[in-house]
Design a protein around this ligand. Structure first.
Ligand code: TXA
Ligand code: MG
Length: 328
């Protein structure tokens, strides 16, 4: 059985215990402001290899290094561009991951053999205290099996990765609920590889025009962020997106219908769930809701398609992936 420790704040002794596990090359799941991460010493290739094994993650998919401040980030790159400085000053700690040219301190396995490294400074007191206590950058993907839903509760980690994590730090539900925005700063123009809580407009206000990489939604295209496979972040239940107000015809089996802003009349036996027409609230609730419906044995989930527009970009992205058909 994995050990799960409740953490009340950055001074909790559980954090020192977790740092000791990391120093021995172990795996510690910890909360961030986005989702729970599966952490290991980011400078220890064997420890990072355990992350890949635990998640069943392809070794072609690099992991993010989590740092406590800009100084630590600068020590991991060969070049720290002006854009990185401006963005980090404004948005770190926060849900922004920067892809930059890696220094040779970064183990190859962290980069999946590539030339760049993804860096992020999480806005969570427990995560920051753990990174400081470890005294190293922490490699941490989301603490779920590869391609499955990300965890927003410690219980999600326990049920997805239970036996293979040495320690889980439980600090309650995560706030943002969707993974960080990933911004690639290695090209001519900043480019969003994964939409997230920080939108293009907020980033562009500081660094000028930002491209949005949409290759992942076209199957077969070479992947800029190797983890951005079309089907990803997926529940066990079959998820279908429908136009608002569509409702469902009588269907058999355990079926849920998620309305945004209002619920149409539903046939008997269909569980209706109402979410507000508010992108932040839906983002924060989405994974927990899908986890709950999976745990309750729902086989099909119909969810109303969110509106167009930048506010909903990250939610639309995750829903598109969660509802994509299994790739052969
Ligand atoms: O909010 C988050 O970012 C969470 C928390 C735990 O920090 N982490 C997270 O990690 O979502 P993960 O591994 O589930 O997703 C990281 C994504 C993957 O799609 C990966 O391919 C991409 O970041 N990535 C990592 N390093 C990269 C690099 N050097 N270049 C391009 N993409 C990279
Ligand atoms: Mg993930």
């Amino acid at each position: 059985m994995t050990r799960l420790l409740h953490v009340t704040g950055p001074d909790d002794p559980a954090i020192l215990e977790a740092a000791a596990v990391l120093a021995l090359g172990g795996l510690v799941a910890f909360p961030t402001e986005t989702v729970y991460g599966l952490g290991a010493d980011g400078l220890n290739p064997e420890a990072v290899a355990r992350i890949y094994a635990a998640k069943g993650r392809p070794v072609t998919n690099p992991v993010i290094l989590h740092v406590a401040d800009v100084a630590a980030a600068r020590g991991l790159v060969s070049h720290w561009p002006a854009e990185a400085q401006v963005l980090a000053e404004r948005f770190w700690p926060g849900p922004l991951t920067l892809v930059l040219p890696a220094s040779d301190r970064v183990p190859s396995i962290v980069r999946a053999g590539g030339p760049s490294v993804a860096l992020r400074c999480p806005d969570h007191p427990v995560a920051l205290a753990l990174i400081r206590a470890a005294g190293r950058p922490l490699a941490a993907p989301s603490a779920n099996r590869s391609q499955h839903l990300s965890p927003t509760l410690a219980q999600h980690v326990a049920s997805s990765l239970g036996e293979v994590v040495d320690l889980i730090l439980d600090a309650g539900p995560t706030e943002a609920g969707l993974e960080s925005t990933i911004l690639d700063l290695t090209g001519n123009r900043p480019r969003i590889l994964r939409p997230g809580p920080l939108g293009p407009r907020e980033l562009a206000a500081l660094v000028g025009p930002v491209d949005l990489w949409e290759g992942a939604v076209k199957t077969g295209e070479v992947q800029a962020a190797p983890g951005m496979a079309l089907r990803h972040y997926a529940p066990r239940a079959r998820l279908e997106l429908v136009a608002p107000g569509t409702g469902v015809r009588a269907v058999s089996g355990a079926v849920a219908y998620v309305g945004l802003g209002s619920l149409p009349t539903l046939p008997e036996g269909v569980r209706g769930i109402l979410l507000p027409l508010d992108a932040e609230v839906v983002g924060a609730r989405l994974y927990a809701l899908l986890h709950e419906l999976d745990d309750a044995g729902f086989e099909r989930i119909f969810m109303e398609r969110p509106p167009e527009g930048e506010a909903w970009l990250a939610v639309r992205d995750r829903l598109q992936r969660a509802s994509a058909k299994e790739q052969p």
